[in-house]
Write a protein that binds this ligand. Structure first.
Ligand code: KG4
Ligand code: ZN
Length: 353
């Protein structure tokens, strides 16, 4: 029998269980991650971060990321199995991120997962990274059920998605230029802060006040879309002008003003969309979702509108394998077929694909 036929036959048996054991691999950017879940329960979440390696370049260097995934992946998998106190025999299914992300980085995880699935004759589930970010919420809150509205804010995406089912999303608004995390990273660089900029700006902003005026995009337009390039340019110009005049700036105030502005926009757009659609549950996903000001602002403003807000713990906001396992579980429960071993990585995979 061909591999794919064996895989699909096994998947049909697995689908009936609630306690499906999934081993998921994530390598789309600068984290090599392997997680093991049983149903919605997280058994192991091993993550080898490359942040220290890329810091000296001020951002992720794709070739260096791929090489380090190759070096790390075997050990990260062993660590996950050890943490879960399991062997490969205990695993029902292999899941992997196949897009979106850096092509070379994705290929490391995809090749590894294909080889593993083929050698062990286990079904392979190829997962969309962005849907994975959304699915991190089911681990934190297993009784969460669609439909709900999700703000996905990461290094590559800023999108408001209407999550219709465990599998289907409808885009309500998205960034027209930079992603929110990208803007955090670029502004951090201008302020002389290391990569990744988001947590650094959040820390610096704690000592500042939002006293610096920054532009509001789409002020007079009825849209749920985002734009960050104008705000980013305003910050850069502010710093350069001060430098030219020999004036000292308050980096704390600038970090705080920037953070206030971008979180205001995210919260306003998301809650306006929720109100217009009469949706009573809002969920936050993605690396920028780790931002405390965003979480707090979304929760307190939503409360006044009778809207409930959920977000995953910080470790499940930034890239991890648990979110990929969680989406693989959703896919299996929604009737997905196994992926064949000719599956390819797709760098520009869209949210709704
Ligand atoms: O989701 P993620 O780990 O990777 C992508 O899929 O892109 O997101 C990474 C992004 C980076 O831009 C990082 O600066 C941002 O998330 N980030 C934050 C915080 N923690 C991470 N942004 C704002 N505040 C944070 N606390
Ligand atoms: Zn991500």
């Amino acid at each position: 029998m061909k591999y794919i036929d064996i895989a699909n036959k096994k998947l049909e048996e697995i689908r009936k269980k609630d306690d499906i054991v999934i081993l998921a691999i994530e390598s789309s950017c600068d984290e090599t991650a392997v997680a093991i879940t049983r149903g919605r329960e997280l058994l192991a979440n091993a993550i080898a971060s490359q942040i220290e390696i890329h810091k000296r370049f001020g951002g992720v260097v794709p070739e260096i990321a791929s090489r380090n995934h190759t070096l790390a992946i075997d050990n990260v998998m062993k660590e996950a199995l050890e943490k879960a106190n399991m062997t490969l025999d205990d695993i029902d299914c292999i899941a992997v991120t196949y897009g979106a992300g850096l092509l070379g980085a994705l290929l490391v995880g995809v090749s590894y997962a294909k080889a593993l699935a083929y050698a062990t004759k286990k079904p392979l589930i190829a997962v969309n990274h962005i849907k994975g970010h959304i699915a991190a919420n089911y681990i934190a809150k297993p009784d969460l059920n669609p439909p709900y509205l999700c703000l996905i804010a990461s290094g590559g995406h800023t999108t408001i998605a209407y999550v219709k089912s465990l599998e289907e999303v409808e885009i309500k608004g998205t960034t027209q230029d930079d992603a929110c995390g990208e803007a955090f990273d670029k502004v951090a660089r201008v302020l002389g802060l290391p990569y990744p900029g988001g947590p650094q700006i959040e820390k610096l902003a704690k000592g500042g006040n939002p006293t610096i005026e920054l532009p509001t995009p789409y002020k007079d337009k009825e849209t749920y879309d985002f734009s960050y390039s104008g705000i980013k340019t305003a910050v850069i110009n502010y710093v350069h002008k001060a430098e030219q005049k020999g004036e000292k700036i308050s980096r704390e105030d600038l970090a705080c003003s920037f953070q206030e502005k971008v979180t205001d926009i995210m919260v306003n757009n998301t809650l306006r969309c929720a109100k217009d659609m009469n949706v009573k549950t809002v969920v936050i996903a993605g690396g920028v979702g780790a931002n405390g000001v965003l979480r707090q602002k979304m929760s307190s403003r939503a409360k006044t509108l009778g809207i409930e807000v959920y977000y995953p713990p910080m470790i499940l906001c930034t890239d991890n394998g648990a979110m990929i396992a969680s989406q693989a579980y959703n896919m299996i429960k929604s009737g997905a077929k196994a992926s064949d071993i000719d599956i390819d990585a797709k760098a520009d995979l869209r949210v709704w694909e």
